[in-house]
Design a protein around this ligand. Structure first.
Ligand SMILES: Nc1ncnc2c1ncn2[C@@H]1O[C@H](COP(=O)(O)OP(=O)(O)OP(=O)(O)O)[C@@H](O)[C@H]1O
Ligand SMILES: [Mg+2]
Length: 334
């Protein structure tokens, strides 16, 4: 797996991850990705493709009874081998999760100040007095200027965008090395989404944090990450540099996702992908995308393609080289 240049060992390294739920359903199959210090990876794909599961696996927060195979290591340490104390420290100090919906993640009866000081006291061991002082600074970092007043407020007194900034401030206050952001702006309205994402991106870069950003939105992911991993039915079908992805997509699924979103500044109409997305346990023996793919042949329905290098991309498609040469993949289908 590639990491950024000069990076000897990735900060987060997931290799051959498979997750089976207690009822035997496979939800992740042979997922590998790594993120170096300061790097950002976007995990993109439709609902049920396993994006959130892969983050939960990193934190060992999978549903009860789930079985995992493969390796997850953080800074060279196996997450599976951590004892309870190490796991607690890993979750509190090294990784921060930014929730999808700040309303459900925030405790409604506690003030913003209680919440932020608690994070600082727990993660960094500072006194409560010092934590309260620092909390105002952390709020200012995420663009909340009247921090003193905000610290006294409860979650219901804040707008969704403001509350998500508080959540980001709390995540950053613990000085983690890795951010796991699972649809961090989906619950917000469109303009607020952009503001919140811009703040998260700026803070991440400034603090040189690694990030895995889960989203349905390819354009958003491409704008704020270095690389994109496209997931389908519990597996990764394409890895690509974020830059220029709309021109360089090589897997028919990635191309389909790109065609299905409205593009500003072009007259091309969005073309929705036919059929519905599959979960890993529903996929047949061949390529996971075969039943929705306009280019599928017999081989695609029987033999699962492996990720292979095609230029700067890794693509799991039997026909990748041929389709790239034909140049037809990104044309709108009639
Ligand atoms: N707590 C759970 N118990 C049982 N099955 C689950 C649970 N959470 C998710 N699943 C199943 O695991 C598979 C992968 O789900 P996951 O939540 O990782 O998808 P996702 O890519 O994050 O989708 P979304 O975009 O909707 O959040 C799906 O088939 C889903 O139904
Ligand atoms: Mg999810």
């Amino acid at each position: 797996m590639k990491t950024s240049e000069g990076e000897q060992r990735p900060l987060l390294d997931i290799s051959g991850l498979r997750v089976d739920l207690a009822d035997g359903r496979t939800v992740l199959h042979d997922v590998s990705y790594s993120v170096g210090a300061g790097d950002s990876l976007g995990l993109v794909g439709e609902s049920g493709s396993g994006k959130s599961m892969s983050l939960k696996a990193v934190l060992r927060m999978l549903p009860a009874g789930a079985r995992t195979e493969g390796g997850i290591s953080f800074d060279g340490r196996s997450v599976a081998a951590m004892d309870a104390r190490e796991l607690r420290a890993f979750r509190a100090d090294e990784v921060a999760m930014i929730p999808q919906d700040p309303r459900t993640a925030a405790n409604p009866v506690r003030t913003v100040g209680d919440f932020l000081t608690e994070v600082l006291v727990r993660a960094r061991g500072v006194s409560r007095g010092q934590a309260a002082e620092e909390a105002v600074g952390h709020l200012a970092d995420v663009g909340v200027t009247d921090g003193e007043r905000r610290l006294r407020q409860h979650p219901h007194e804040l707008s969704g965008g403001l509350l998500q900034r508080v959540m980001i401030a709390a995540a950053l206050a613990a000085e983690p090395r890795l951010l796991l952001a699972d649809e961090p702006t989906t619950a917000l309205d469109v303009t607020t989404q952009q503001e919140v994402m811009a703040i998260l991106d700026e803070q991440r870069r400034r603090k040189h944090l690694a990030m895995v950003l889960v989203t349905h939105d390819l354009d958003l992911a491409a704008a704020v990450t270095d690389r994109i991993a496209v997931m389908y039915a519990g597996t990764i079908v394409e890895f690509a540099p974020s830059e220029g992805l709309h021109r360089t997509a090589q897997h028919p699924y990635t191309a389909g996702l790109l065609r299905s979103r409205p593009a500003v500044g072009t007259r091309a109409r969005p073309v929705s992908l036919p059929g519905r997305p599959l979960s890993a346990f529903e996929a047949g023996p061949g390529c996971v995308f075969a039943n929705r793919c306009a280019f599928a042949e017999d081989l695609c329905r029987t033999v699962q393609p492996r990720l292979e290098e095609h230029g700067t991309h890794l693509v799991a498609c039997h026909r990748a080289a041929e389709l790239a040469t034909a140049g037809s993949l990104l044309e709108p289908t009639p």
